[in-house]
Structures are given as structure tokens and as C-alpha cells.
Design a protein around this ligand. Structure first.
Ligand code: NAD
Length: 669
């Protein structure tokens, strides 16, 4: 993830920087590669574009299979992020076909999507950006489009238009706001065909963003930097550029409050949502402003943000009132001839609370992070516009129009994975079965917290839905810290997999030292009691009901000599789980167990241990591994998949179960 250079600049008061590097650019082969290079430069400055916002294009003449020359518009694919875009992220369309479409008086959204697809020269290309027409209409080879914060701050004021004119004079063509898609394209086209686009350096779409263009990638990019830089200097001249540092975010534990908030927000949504706090000083200060209930309720800085952030943030922690107000607004809008689909879920995506500060919700950790980051930039826009005399946005109806617009909503209406919006915690997750559990839960869409003694846990993945914490589960303090971190990062806990365990050297009862016995009990039993006790308040608040899976052992039903401490610890753990299933059933928390045996791709089973055990049975290592009724090899992922299934719908009505995963063992059966 690139760091938010936009915000750092804003707080430190730096201006837009030209990051073009001729040496880097000279390594790009062809115009599309240069298009990628310049797009990434723009994408890395979050004050220009955020998370899939903005777009860019290049027009390239290519020869088709018939040997004819076609002018192809390569435009950013919908849903692509400029910061990471590759050549394959651009959709190639026949320019002539697009311009012909523009001559129609009106086109329905469905026809438009279809017509775009028909102009693609590569059927596997991503769907083209909804702003494709604007790129087609601008006659220049390279076109860049951003939602620069500085321009949004200026445009979202009482006399925004006059200010833009004051800054740019005739250098920019100004296009009044219109709904993106065909409507906006028509307005745009009228201006260009009337010749208004001639000789200008760029186009400003009111309350929306800015376009720059040029014959080379460098020229268009540098124009964007120059034009946005001018807006920043204007703000500076008005004392509205550099922002205050803000307040220190809340230091007190948020563990009980946040999971309650998450439950309320998820209930309003009807699906579990991730809720993550932001370490945003600006957000904390904003949430504490005396006038927050006015300035935050005026709408988003651009309708482009509305899908991820919703129209308004929720103030304080009352999700129910927010949902009611949202439903009322929707009903009012629907009765005025709503175009688009049914109501979105009425849960907020951004919350401002004087104690918690700024937090954000989403169906995935990434979506929540994106909503939070967008809102941080919205705060900057609001603060600057306020300094200029007052933040003014579009009419609510214009914003609703985008919020309920079928084409935009399709982006969010995807089929979610089974654990989307849910949070799982796995102990002993740096190796073996625990490590495999991380994969199984992430694969099913959960946000996952991995705990382990090993420091490697921290960097096992670099993705927004993973949090690795180095910790000793036998330390109560460490566990309290983990729960606080889980609450702050994802908003709560829905599933826990009690997996961390140790298997001491084989020893007869007569020779077991007390310290060894205690050490085994500490990890395999006591730590799990502490974890369950501390996680219980969060599991109880799980929107779909909490789930616990404990990793026992074949040694519970079928103990072996030399493993007294281990077998006793796992038997006691089993009993603990059975009682938990009884006590927690009323809270909707399900508690189940797996009993693995001989899972060789784990840390316990080193090559040497395997070899010596196989020899003692007079078998090859391969045959020893399959020493079970099904003559099969049980792997850590088999156990992990079962643990994940136990948390899913298949086990929705099962609690207190114990499932052996051992390839079949006659002593267990
Ligand atoms: P493993 O050694 O590969 O993984 C265990 C992980 O737990 C390690 O990463 C270790 O660092 C971590 N851990 C140990 N003590 C910890 C502590 N105090 N705090 C935090 N982390 C700690 O072994 P594995 O086989 O994957 O074991 C996972 C579980 O499966 C254990 O409970 C084990 O008893 C059980 N089990 C394993 C087998 C098998 O054949 N591998 C069979 C039956 C049961």
C-alpha cells in the first residue's frame, strides 16, 4: 500500500510535487507502458485519487486483422486502482464506435454497458470506466482525470465556480455537474462540439474533478500537477491549505464499546460488517468539533465517494436512529421518482464519535479501510471549504441519484464469500495446523488475526484483512492486549480457533517433572480458558453468533503411554469445551472440536522424529504416514478446512461435537 502522501503533504503544508522521472519513463516500452507509469504516479498521491477513483487513457493507432488501421482508446477498467494498474487493467475500445454512440440522443444504462462491450477489441478486458466517453471526446492522445482534494475544497463552496474562474481564467473549460455516464457525456460533448474545448489546458467538472490532457504522457501528467498545484496555492493564499495536526486518538480501551457498535451497525445492515478505527488525528479532532453535527451532515465531497462512505457519516453510536433516518431519506427520494434500484442496506459506513474518533465499516477490511481513508480526505475538504467561508455540496437528490444508480451499485452487489464481514482469531498460527487455518479462513473471506510466539507471525501476509500479533497465549496481559487490538482493527471477534499447543518429549508418569506438567497444562489448557473468558463478551456480540473450535487430539479418545501430560491436557480441554457448549448455547455461541492424529506437515513432526517413529514400526516413512484405516495421509489443511467448516453454515445447528480427523483409527471408533 502506498503511504498517504496526500495527507502528509496537507498536514505539513507541502504542495503538489512533480514526480515524473525521465530515467524511469525511458524504461517504458510503448505508449501503453507510459500510460501505466503516469497513472501510477497519480494513483500514489491520495490527494488526487483514492481507491479506484480517477481514471486515465491513451489513444493508440493499431492495425487490425484485416490490415486496417484502427484508433483504439485504452481507458482504465472499472474497479482498477490507478496506484497499481497494469497494462491489462486498461480496456481497449474502438474510438470510432464510441464517438458514433455519442451521436445518439439517449442510451439506457444497460444498452450503454452492452455497447461498450461491443467496442472492446479484447473480450477478456475489464469493463471500461463509466467515464469512457469523456476520454473519447477529448481529442488529445493522453488524458488524466482526478478528484483532487484541493479542487473539491474550492468547488464545494458557495461561490466555487467564481473561485475556479479566478484561479484559472480561461485556461480551463468548466462543465457544470451532471450525473456521470451518458448524461454527463452529452453535456461534455455539447461543450466540445461548440468549440469551447479549443485551446484549453484542461476541464473542470464542477463538484466532481479535473481533466488534464496532452500529446505525451509526461505533458498530460505535468499539466495535472501544475493545475492542481495552482488550486493548492490558492488555498494557501486564503489560509486554507495547511491543516492542523489534530487530536491524539482515544487511548482508553475500546474493546467493549467497539464490538457493541459493530453489532449495532451489522444489525442495521443485516449482514456482518468489519468496523475499523483509524489512527487519524484529524478524524479525532473533527469528531470532537462543536459544530460537527452541522458540518459533517452536508454530504460527500464528490458523489463518486458515496457508494463506499454513504451520503452522511453517523454521529455518535446510535446506529438505529441512523438507519431510521436513512430509510426516511430513501423513501422521500423514492417517492420523487427514483431512478435505480431498491434501497441499499441502511447501515452507516463512517462513524464519528467524540470518544472513538473516526471509524469506518465495510463488507471487507479493505472496504472499511477505503471508506475511512476517503472520509479522512473528506474532512480535509470540509475544513478547507469551511475556512473559505463554508462547505456546500450538491443537492441531496443529485447524490442519491448516484447512490441508487444501477451501474454503480453493480460494483458492490457482488456475491460475497461465506465469512465476509466476519473476524476469526487463530492461536499458534505461525506453523502447522494454525498456519493452514489462516489460509482456510482468509480464503472464505474472513478478516483474520493470527497469534503466535514466533515473530514471523507479524509478517506472514501483507493484506488489509490480516493482523499478525506476536504473543504468548499463556500471558493474560498479552491476551487483553490482543483483544483490544482486534477490536480496534476489525471491530470485534466472531470465531476463535484454539490451536496453540505443545507436545513434550515422551516420558513415563514416574519421571514427569512438575514444571513440565505445568508447562503443558499452561499452554494446552489454562491459556484456552483465559482466551475463552476474555473473548466471551465479544463472541456474544457476534452478528451471526460466535463460534469456537478447539484442536484436541486422538489422544483424548485413545491415549498412548508416555504422553500423560499431553493426553491429560487435551482431555481436560475437551471437557472445558463440552461445558462451554452447554453454557454458551443460549448466547448463540457454538463450540466444537477436532481431534487430529499424525498430521505430519507441522512443526511437531521433524524429519528425524518421523524417521525414528517409522523405524520403530518397521515401516517406511511413507507407509508410516498412512498408518490408518483409510490408508491415507492427513495434512494440516485437512484439519484447517474442518475447523473452518465448523464455523460455517454446515455446522450452523451443531454444538458440542467432536470430529476425529485421523484417517480412521480403530481405537477411536
Ligand atoms: P506446530 O508446532 O507446527 O504449531 C504450533 C504453533 O503453536 C507453533 O507455531 C508455536 O509457536 C505455537 N505456540 C506454542 N506455544 C505457544 C504459546 N504459548 N503462545 C503462542 N503460540 C504458541 O504444531 P501443530 O501440529 O500444527 O499443532 C497445532 C495443534 O494441533 C496443537 O494443539 C497440537 O497439540 C494439535 N495436534 C497436532 C497433531 C499433529 O500430528 N501435528 C496431532 C494432534 C493434535
Amino acid at each position: 500500500m502506498p503511504e498517504d502522501v496526500g495527507q502528509n503533504r496537507a498536514i505539513r503544508g507541502f504542495f503538489m510535487e512533480n514526480r515524473w522521472d525521465d530515467r524511469e519513463a525511458s524504461a517504458c516500452e510503448g505508449e501503453l507502458a507510459l500510460r501505466v507509469y503516469a497513472s501510477r504516479l497519480l494513483g500514489r498521491d491520495f490527494s488526487l485519487v483514492l481507491h479506484g477513483g480517477g481514471n486515465s487513457s491513451v489513444k493508440i493507432t493499431e492495425r487490425n486483422l484485416h490490415g486496417e488501421e484502427d484508433e483504439i482508446l485504452y481507458v482504465k477498467g472499472s474497479g482498477q486502482d490507478l496506484a497499481f494498474i497494469e497494462e491489462s487493467g486498461f480496456a481497449p475500445l474502438r474510438l470510432e464506435g464510441l464517438l458514433r454512440l455519442m451521436r445518439l440522443d439517449s442510451v439506457s444504462d444497460t444498452d450503454l454497458v452492452n455497447a461498450f462491450r461491443l467496442q472492446l477489441t479484447r473480450p477478456d478486458a475489464p469493463p471500461p470506466s463509466i467515464e469512457t466517453f469523456l476520454h473519447a471526446l477529448i481529442p488529445h492522445r493522453f488524458v488524466d482525470h482526478t478528484h483532487a482534494d484541493a479542487l473539491l475544497a474550492i468547488m464545494n463552496t458557495e461561490n466555487g465556480e467564481a473561485r475556479i474562474r479566478e484561479i484559472y481564467g480561461g485556461r480551463l473549460l468548466m462543465v457544470p455537474y451532471a450525473k456521470p455516464g451518458f448524461t454527463l457525456a452529452k453535456v461534455f460533448s455539447d461543450q466540445f462540439t461548440a468549440g469551447a474545448g479549443e485551446g484549453v489546458d484542461g476541464v473542470v467538472l464542477m463538484n466532481h474533478g479535473i481533466f488534464s490532457f496532452g500529446e505525451t504522457a509526461k505533458a498530460s501528467y505535468e499539466k495535472m500537477i501544475e493545475l492542481v498545484g495552482m488550486a493548492e496555492r490558492y488555498l494557501e493564499a486564503k489560509g486554507a491549505w495547511a491543516l492542523p495536526e489534530g487530536d491524539e486518538p482515544a487511548a482508553q480501551p475500546l474493546a467493549p464499546r467497539l464490538p457493541e457498535l459493530r453489532k449495532a451497525v451489522s444489525d442495521a445492515a443485516g449482514i456482518p460488517l468489519i468496523v475499523s478505527t483509524r489512527k487519524s488525528r484529524l478524524g479525532s479532532a473533527f469528531a470532537r468539533r462543536r459544530d460537527v453535527s452541522e458540518v459533517s451532515q452536508l454530504g460527500p465531497a464528490t458523489p463518486d465517494h458515496v457508494l463506499l462512505t454513504k451520503r452522511l457519516p453517523m454521529l455518535g453510536l446510535d446506529a438505529e436512529s441512523y438507519a431510521e433516518a436513512y430509510k426516511r431519506d430513501y423513501a422521500a427520494y423514492a417517492s420523487s421518482g427514483l431512478e435505480g434500484g431498491a434501497m441499499l442496506d441502511p447501515a452507516p459506513r463512517v462513524v464519528l464519535d467524540s470518544e472513538i474518533g473516526l471509524c469506518a465499516a465495510g463488507k471487507t477490511a479493505r472496504e472499511a479501510d477505503m471508506a475511512g481513508e476517503i472520509y479522512e480526505h473528506t474532512i480535509e475538504v470540509i475544513l478547507r471549504a469551511t475556512t473559505l467561508g463554508g462547505y456546500r455540496t450538491l443537492q441531496a437528490s443529485e447524490i442519491f441519484e448516484v447512490e441508487y444508480w444501477g451501474l454503480e451499485r453493480a460494483k458492490l452487489d457482488r456475491k460475497e464469500k461465506v465469512f465476509a464481514g466476519e473476524i476469526a482469531l487463530v492461536t499458534g498460527a505461525a506453523s502447522g495446523i494454525g498456519r493452514a487455518c489462516l489460509e482456510s479462513f482468509l480464503e472464505r473471506g474472513a478478516a483474520v488475526i493470527g497469534l503466535d510466539l514466533s515473530p514471523s507471525i507479524v509478517s506472514l501476509y501483507e493484506r488489509p484483512d490480516y493482523l499478525g500479533i506476536e504473543c504468548d497465549v499463556t500471558s493474560d496481559d498479552a491476551i487483553a492486549g490482543v483483544i483490544e487490538k482486534a477490536a480496534r482493527r476489525f471491530g470485534g471477534l466472531d470465531m476463535i480457533v484454539l490451536n496453540a499447543g505443545i507436545f513434550p518429549e515422551s516420558r513415563d508418569i514416574a519421571r514427569i517433572p512438575a514444571a513440565e506438567w505445568r508447562a503443558v497444562m499452561n499452554v494446552n489448557l489454562d491459556a484456552n480458558l483465559s482466551l475463552m473468558r476474555e473473548c466471551y463478551p465479544l463472541l456474544k456480540l457476534s452478528p451471526r453468533g460466535g463460534r469456537v473450535v478447539a484442536v484436541g487430539s486422538k489422544n483424548v479418545p485413545a491415549p498412548g503411554p508416555g504422553a500423560a501430560a499431553y493426553s491429560a491436557s487435551k482431555a481436560a480441554l475437551t471437557q472445558l469445551m463440552r461445558v462451554a457448549a452447554m453454557e454458551w448455547g443460549g448466547d448463540g455461541i457454538r463450540v466444537n472440536m477436532v481431534h487430529p492424529n499424525a498430521v505430519f506437515d507441522t512443526g511437531v513432526w521433524t524429519e528425524d522424529v518421523l524417521k525414528s517413529r517409522a523405524e520403530s514400526y518397521g515401516l517406511s516413512v511413507d507407509d508410516y504416514k498412512k498408518l490408518n484405516l483409510l490408508n491415507t495421509n492427513v495434512g494440516s489443511s485437512d484439519v484447517a478446512e474442518m475447523a473452518a467448516e465448523m464455523c460455517g453454515p454446515l455446522f450452523a445447528k451443531i454444538t458440542g461435537a467432536q470430529v476425529p480427523i485421523d484417517g480412521g483409527n480403530d481405537r477411536v471408533i
